[in-house]
Design a protein around this ligand. Structure first.
Ligand SMILES: Nc1ncnc2c1ncn2[C@@H]1O[C@H](COP(=O)(O)OP(=O)(O)O)[C@@H](O)[C@H]1O
Ligand SMILES: [Mg+2]
Length: 388
């Protein structure tokens, strides 16, 4: 039994050309589960939430909450927002300016006619949960952005709804507050166990909060998986790029080995040769290796990287101090890549400067390899066809 069931949800907006904001999207959410919709701006996250809330009229599909059908386009069912037991927390805090914090948090309780005494307790509990108990008699204009957002969070939870929808609620906060409110939200969910759909374009937020992540692309779900699997085994290059594997190296088979594709050698020959074999099926002659900055290692040009590593000559473009590491930009055969070079025990990286020639290398199994269609062929998992 799933708590929230979305089937074939489609929402189009008129225009030239018409936009398909949500495209035949289906998703089942378990009771108490925290689902994160992750994707770039314009991929349909907000529209999906608004359809769940009853704020949009979808073109196709059905949605049920528990045993309640709240949307069924064919059956002409579309319950209004106040008939759905849903709480909402949006990016713009949208607090009522003329109401105190207490009245703002209590608003959804009043619309649900919760008795006064019980409402009072719930308001105080909700305010306590987000550290706003001391602010109950203030007006929104007397609060900082972070405080306003925490009040909005308390308001979304106060009525103890069946489902709470979050639309990028942390993205207007400064970095420190964002981490703090994120941690509070995570703790709250563990304590209260509400079902949540949380929208963000921030991968670290998604990884931290989600029981499962739905990576969205153009109104569809590209991958639906646990944070671990999305992180370790992004199914497509699109997902890999979105989940921090920002480095991309196009590679082509050359003789018994591989060459960096796209960049012909000085003598007009194929690209820079790369020593040895990669864990890629024989059937593939071109792949793109995707790699996280922390998996791209740097060493002095005259030093030899370990045998399991794939070494590439690189030139330093920029190196920024990051405390225990350096954030380094290098070019490798014309591609710009990022390396996160640890400083602990390796102070060498502190002296990197623009124009310097170094060796970049990565362990062959630290990369994930994608075929010409952007589908994962090998890497990070006992992928079926490796070596076949
Ligand atoms: N009210 C609207 N009218 C026309 N197009 C819209 C409207 N709302 C959203 N869209 C379009 O639908 C697509 C998805 O938008 P949205 O759901 O807001 O994406 P996200 O929240 O992921 O940034 C975009 O192409 C956007 O321009
Ligand atoms: Mg949005």
């Amino acid at each position: 039994m799933s708590h929230v069931r979305i089937e074939g949800l489609t929402k189009r907006f008129a225009g030239k050309p018409p936009a398909v904001a949500v495209d035949d999207l289906s998703l089942e959410i378990e009771p108490g589960e925290f689902i994160v919709l992750l994707g770039p701006s314009g991929c349909g996250k907000t529209t999906t939430l608004r359809c769940l809330a009853g704020l949009e009229t979808p073109d196709e599909g059905a949605i049920s909450l528990g045993d309640q059908t709240v949307l069924d386009v064919r059956g002409k069912v579309n319950l209004p927002p106040n008939k759905r037991r849903i709480g909402m927390v949006f990016q713009s805090y949208a607090l009522w300016p003329h109401m105190t914090v207490r009245r703002n948090i209590g608003y959804p309780l009043r619309t649900r006619r919760v008795p006064r005494e019980q409402a009072r307790t719930r308001i105080e509990e909700a305010a306590e949960l987000v550290d706003c108990a001391a602010l109950l008699d203030r007006y929104p204009a007397q609060l900082s952005g972070g405080q306003q957002q925490r009040v909005a969070l308390a308001r979304g939870l106060a009525a103890q709804p069946d489902l709470v929808l979050f639309d990028e609620p942390l993205s207007n906060l400064d970095a420190r507050l964002r981490d703090q409110v994120r941690a509070q939200l995570h703790e709250l969910h563990a304590r209260l166990g509400f079902t949540a759909v949380f929208v963000t374009h921030d991968q670290s937020e998604a990884l931290a909060l989600g029981d499962r992540l739905a990576i969205m692309k153009a109104g569809r779900i590209e991958q639906l998986d646990t944070p671990e699997r999305v992180f370790e085994e992004p199914a497509t290059e699109y997902v890999a790029g979105f989940i921090g594997m920002s480095n991309r190296l196009p590679l082509r088979r050359q003789g018994e080995g591989w060459a960096l594709a796209g960049q012909p050698g000085a003598d007009g020959s194929a690209g820079q040769a790369v020593a040895g074999e990669l864990p890629v099926p024989r059937s593939h002659s071109e792949v793109a290796a995707r790699l996280r900055p922390e998996d791209l290692q740097l060493c002095p040009a005259e030093e030899k990287p370990p045998a399991h590593g794939l070494a590439l000559p690189a030139e330093i473009v920029d190196a920024q101090f990051g405390g225990r590491h350096m954030d380094v930009v290098v070019t490798i055969a014309g591609s710009r890549l990022h390396a996160r070079a640890p400083l602990t025990g390796k102070p060498w990286a502190r002296s990197l400067s623009r124009g310097q020639q170094v060796t970049a290398w990565f362990a062959r199994d630290a990369a994930i390899y994608y075929d010409a269609d952007g589908v994962r062929t090998a890497g990070h998992a006992p992928a079926a066809a490796v070596g076949a």
